[in-house]
Ligand binder design. Structure first.
Ligand SMILES: [Zn+2]
Length: 397
């Protein structure tokens, strides 16, 4: 649940990324309203800041696991002298899979295949007690690495080099209380390279987050940041229950369009970029459905954009308690846990829904149909809603 980040020690603890497109504007009236932006799409691809840990820009480099094609993972199961397994490894495998892999297939529109090879033959006994690993005190990079290398020692078999190593403990191991991602290279004590990253699961998976913790943590292996606050404030402070890199159990867990674009799940053709003043209209189709325009990105400066996307109750967001055009800001100079993405609330003071003020943040025709970011000179207005999607007007002054 906590996010302890040591930028140069690279361990993420958790709860819990050109084509030049030119558009010819045919102006038929004195009012210059285009239906597509004229802006070069690259203007909106804000570069990641390498000094900002897990910067939410394009091209962040930290030996990230692949986000398109196949992400290969290897899964092993462990137990302890003081907390021994009474279940089968297969039952724990089935707790996570295939649901988590299907989640990625859906969220990525088929762009990412999570391919997990699991050795379900037995639990491998860790060389130390569960209590001794120090989860209750909080993990350092070194103590987390020790746990992983102990698991590799216990396994004591060759693991072909892979992208991510999953270490799954028995659900009886209460002392292994949460599920952090190790962001450094994974290698055995003998120096044999195993994986780019490792996710070590814990009791919070079984008790609270279910299989979605795998999607959250594997998001980190692809270098996605945490969107919940690290300062102890309410989990939903920055983004409510939108995107499971914030609240894993939120009602609208699908990844933001900004991140789907960065990850390569959305093409440039599915994004409208605005980097100049003027008034433009744009069609948005539901984020949770394949195909169509998914986001309007309005560039504020070299580090900040405003994004508009259409959220619905389709697909992974079937439990969403509010639908419409979701607005949020992205800052590439704000580190993980400090609010690199912040949802803008079109309905402030509403008490929200599903337990968070921000969960009913979207704009809609029947609700609040316009939102102005005065300090950025941006106004977004719903023009029309239909079964095909929602049309918005963006005014930038
Ligand atoms: Zn996290």
């Amino acid at each position: 649940m906590t996010g302890l980040i040591q930028p140069f020690r690279i361990s993420v603890w958790c709860l819990m990324l050109c084509a030049i497109t030119e558009w010819v504007m045919i102006s038929t009236s004195a009012i210059a309203t285009s239906h597509r932006p004229q802006t070069d799409i690259s203007a909106c691809k804000l570069a990641a800041n390498s000094d900002v840990y897990l910067s939410a820009g394009f091209g962040y480099e930290l030996n990230c696991a692949p986000s398109t094609g196949t992400l290969n993972a290897f899964m092993i199961f462990v137990d302890f002298d003081d907390e021994q397994a009474i279940e089968t490894p297969q039952s724990l495998h089935d707790f996570f899979l295939p649901a988590a892999a299907e989640w990625y297939a859906t969220s990525s529109y088929g762009a990412l295949t999570l391919n997990v090879t699991a050795d379900t033959s037995r639990f491998y006994r860790m060389p130390a007690t569960a209590a001794s690993y120090g989860w209750a005190r909080g993990l350092s990079y070194e103590t987390h690495e020790k746990y992983i290398q102990d698991a590799l020692d216990a396994y004591n078999q060759t693991i072909p080099p892979t992208d991510v190593l999953y270490v799954v403990p028995t659900a009886n191991a209460a002392a292994i209380s949460f599920s952090p991602t190790f962001m450094g290279d994974v290698q055995t004590r003998a120096g044999v390279y195993v994986a780019k990253k490792s996710v070590t699961f814990g009791l919070d998976a079984y008790k609270t987050w279910k299989y979605l913790v795998l999607n959250h943590e594997t998001g980190h292996t692809m270098c996605l940041p945490d969107y919940y606050p690290f300062n102890g404030s309410a989990t939903g402070l920055f983004i409510g229950g939108w995107d499971l890199m914030g609240l894993i159990s939120g009602p609208s867990p699908d990844y933001f369009a900004w991140d789907k674009w960065r990850l390569g799940w959305l093409s440039d053709e599915q994004i409208d970029c605005i980097a100049e003043t003027g008034s433009t209209t744009h069609m948005l189709t539901p984020l949770e459905q394949t195909g169509g325009s998914k986001a309007v990105v309005i560039k504020h400066n070299s580090t900040d954009v405003l994004v508009a996307e259409l959220r619905s109750t389709n697909g992974l967001d079937s439990a969403s308690c509010s639908t419409g055009v979701l607005l949020y800001t992205v800052s590439t100079i704000t580190a993980t846990g400090d609010g690199p993405v912040r949802v803008l609330d079109a309905t402030p003071g509403s008490n929200g829904c599903a337990g968070d003020e921000l969960n009913d943040a979207p704009l809609s025709l029947k609700g609040t149909n316009s939102y102005t970011v005065s300090e950025w000179g941006i106004k977004v207005t719903i023009v029309d809603e239909s079964s095909d999607g929602t049309e918005i007007r963006v005014d930038v002054s």
